[in-house]
Write a protein that binds this ligand. Structure first.
Ligand code: MG
Length: 487
């Protein structure tokens, strides 16, 4: 069996025979009746498609993640639902396009909105199934109290509430034992102009360090993660670990400084690789490997403009902030010994949108039925089931509320739209461009003229999406958007 376990075996319970057809049909519930699997999601920030050894990096060494890939499956057509931080996280945790939950743009320290308490996050779904849950790292779904991780299904939280290049909201609640760095005081924090790139570290709902020493964060997140896994070993757990690296400004601990051939960005990735190794080793040592599903991916592509974090999305076109593949296709590795086949590559389309319905299925949790959830169950792809195909008919690439591209099968259509129109020059009508991603992963050869039927079909899919969740480029808001939370 080249591809390892089939779907029934995958969904069944290790050791215990999945005896009857009805049990097999119940799939995830059969697992859940015993003990639901643990889930770990390691979500880096602005990492390029090529920036892992197992995804072809020529000069960044990632032995731990490469080993994870050798013991698990690489997903080479894996996507996030936004090209920047906040919306990408909204999609991961709700299973919905960020436009549907009205979080299409990056939030800032002055933002008064965040994730709605009417949404059911992945953490809430799992918590309702008895999971211990924690979020360690960058949240970025609203920093005001109603939006923090602890209000959205996570038992605990340690991390920075938004991007590491932001500042502080002077109104934030501060813990009694807060650690002030660089001569900071409560009075200064409340009254002075915020420090550039000075961000607060939260524990729970309060600031515990400001400005946080960012060079220590990967180490501290890792220690916190190991502690959480160890403390939770006797019940199912969900560890969400959204690193704030390698988003600029880049920081790395002394141990990894100058170690990579790729400069500071490479050092940072190599430290995250070490962290991933520590987490997997903890899972192995505790004897939890066969009951723990680990996903490693990033929130969007490398920051090539402005910040230039030093990442590479090659062979994909462009990077963060764009709807080219480099902005939204991410390296992804999934690991679950005995359940996800070892050393395999899955080239089927999948997305972070799919994580919520898939984990819910595997945990025997209920996906909300009173609203649209965009993601699909991809457990057959994860199990390497023979002939398993992507369940996604169409995928939509947005920037803000503007729909820019649609994917179906191997085809990706960048939609015709007006671009530019600043003071210097008039808006230009940019014609539609069609790419065959199987033959042309770098989106170099526009084949729209030769495939009018494909263009028409993808335009019809786009039109359906415009009616559903809208398209600012056409002035439509869609009929199925739900409001975000407001403070
Ligand atoms: Mg990001």
């Amino acid at each position: 069996m080249e591809h390892g376990l089939n779907r029934r075996e995958f969904l069944g319970v290790a050791g215990a025979a999945v005896a009857t057809a009805s049990q097999a049909a119940r799939g995830g519930e059969a697992v859940a009746a015993q003990r639901p699997p643990n889930f770990i999601v390691i979500f880096t920030d602005d990492q390029g498609y090529q920036d892992l050894g197992c995804f072809g990096s020529p000069d960044i060494k990632t032995p731990c993640i490469d080993k994870m890939a050798a013991e698990g499956t690489r997903f080479t057509d894996f996507h996030v639902a936004a090209c920047v931080c906040t919306p990408s996280r909204a999609a991961l945790l709700t299973g919905c396009y960020p436009q549907r939950v009205s979080l299409p743009n990056v939030l800032f320290p002055g933002s008064k909105v965040g994730i709605s308490d009417k949404e059911t996050t992945l953490a809430e779904l799992l918590k309702a199934r008895g999971y211990a849950t924690t979020c360690i790292g960058k949240w970025h779904l609203g920093h005001l109290p109603p939006f923090l991780p602890t209000r959205h299904g996570f038992d605990s939280y340690l991390g920075i509430p938004y991007s590491n290049d932001m500042t502080v909201d002077p109104t934030m609640e501060v813990a009694d034992d807060v650690k002030w760095n660089g001569g900071m005081t409560l009075e200064k924090m409340r009254k002075d102009k915020p420090i550039r790139h000075g961000v607060p570290l939260f524990r729970g709902e309060k600031v515990v360090e400001y400005p946080v020493d960012q060079a220590t964060l990967v180490t501290r997140y890792t220690e916190e993660a190991v502690k959480f896994i160890t403390a939770s070993k006797d019940k199912p757990f969900f560890l969400y670990l959204p690193h704030n690296m390698p988003h600029v400004p880049l920081f790395v601990s002394e141990r990894f400084k100058g170690k990579s051939k790729r400069g500071l960005y490479g050092d940072v990735i190599e430290e995250i690789d070490w962290s991933t190794g520590q987490i997997l080793d903890t899972v192995r040592k505790l004897g939890l490997a066969e009951n723990t599903c680990v996903v490693y991916t990033s929130d969007n592509g490398p920051w090539l403009i402005m910040g230039r974090n030093g990442g590479s999305a090659l062979p994909l076109r462009d990077g963060k902030g764009t709807t080219w593949e480099g902005g939204m296709r991410e390296p992804c590795v999934m690991w679950w010994p005995g359940r996800i086949p070892a050393g395999k590559t899955c080239a089927e389309f999948a997305a972070t949108l799919d994580i919520l319905p898939t984990f819910a299925k595997l945990a025997g949790a209920e996906v909300p039925k009173d609203r649209i959830i965009d993601g699909k169950d991809i457990s057959p792809l994860m199990s390497g089931a023979e002939g398993a195909k992507s369940p996604t008919e169409a995928f939509f690439y947005y920037r803000g509320y503007g729909l820019e591209a649609v994917r179906s099968g191997k085809w990706k259509l960048h939609l015709a739209r007006k671009t530019g129109g600043g003071k210097a020059k008039a808006a230009q009508e940019r014609p539609a461009e069609l790419y065959d991603l199987e033959a042309d992963i770098s989106e170099k050869n526009n084949v729209a003229a030769a495939n009018p039927d494909v263009v028409k079909r993808l335009e019809e899919l786009a039109e359906r999406c415009r009616e559903d969740i809208g398209d600012a480029n056409r002035g439509t808001t869609g009929k199925n958007r739900r409001p975000c939370g407001t403070a």
